[in-house]
Design a protein around this ligand. Structure first.
Ligand SMILES: C[S@@+](CC[C@H](N)C(=O)[O-])C[C@H]1O[C@@H](n2cnc3c(N)ncnc32)[C@H](O)[C@@H]1O
Length: 236
């Protein structure tokens, strides 16, 4: 008589290991690096970001739907953004476009060496961010499209926000004018599955001709893969 071994009840109820998700992430990262990437991604023409609308963002922050951004598997990409900032432009003024609830500012321990401005079109997110603001930080209600300033910044961050802008490449061009001389962008985009990943890779390819890569890192976690780049706009 053979006895079939059953996993313990707790193990059975666990979700399956995210092997598929990890393989998908690795394939997308390979595509990002491959010479074939630009040709394969050209038909996607990611000229437009995901358009959610400000009311939806506000409602989703109010009901806590973005609380997962504080989860541990999200922390690494915030840390990479902060590492790039601190190594490449220590002490430089920072503009964080689409800052949400200010998680980057918090994960960076309040960026004590920098003057920091976070903007976001979601009122609920900005209200939350203001509660955690230190004396070096300001948070302002504005979308990437509506924001205007005479200030100049050594670092402009698009941390998981560029692909929500109406026209990602045009947005980068607008913000290039707000960079101090020799200033940099730091851009992070998560690849969450095949469709979303291809959309974001198409955005990376769309902005590539206008920028030079200063530093680049890729991360893979169970929930997604991230590409984080520090970029300098190509000056004419
Ligand atoms: C995935 S969340 C990331 C938030 C934050 N950067 C973070 O990493 O914690 C995307 C953010 O982009 C903001 N957003 C959406 N459309 C935007 C736009 N047109 N301009 C600027 N920010 C936008 C949303 O309100 C939201 O806070």
């Amino acid at each position: 008589m053979t006895t079939r071994l059953e996993p313990p009840a707790a193990a059975r109820s666990d979700p399956p290991a995210p092997v598929f998700s990890a393989v998908m992430s690795l394939l997308l990262l390979l595509l990002a690096r491959s010479r074939l990437g630009p040709r394969l991604l050209r038909p996607l023409r990611a000229r437009r970001g995901y358009l959610y609308g400000e009311a939806r963002w506000d409602a989703e922050y109010s009901t806590g739907q973005w609380r997962f951004l504080r989860d541990l598997d999200q922390a690494a990409h915030y840390r990479i953004v902060e590492l790039f900032r601190r190594r490449l432009k220590p002490g430089g003024a920072v503009l964080d476009v689409g800052c949400g609830e200010g998680i980057l500012y918090t994960e960076a321990e309040g960026m004590p060496d920098a003057r920091y401005l976070g903007i976001d079109p979601a009122a609920a997110a900005i209200a939350g961010a203001k509660r955690g603001a230190g004396p070096n930080a300001r948070f302002q209600l504005a979308s990437a499209e509506s924001f205007a300033t005479e200030e100049r910044f050594e670092v402009i961050v698009f941390n998981e926000s560029l692909y929500y802008c109406r026209e990602p490449r045009a947005t980068m061009e607008k913000y290039a004018a707000m960079l101090a001389e020799d200033g940099i962008f730091i851009v992070s985009m998560a690849l969450c599955g095949l469709r979303d990943g291809l959309t974001k890779l198409a955005i990376w390819h769309d902005i590539a001709p206008a920028t030079e890569i200063v530093a680049e890192t890729s991360l893979v976690a169970p929930s997604a893969a991230w590409i984080v780049k520090a970029l300098r706009p190509k000056r004419a």
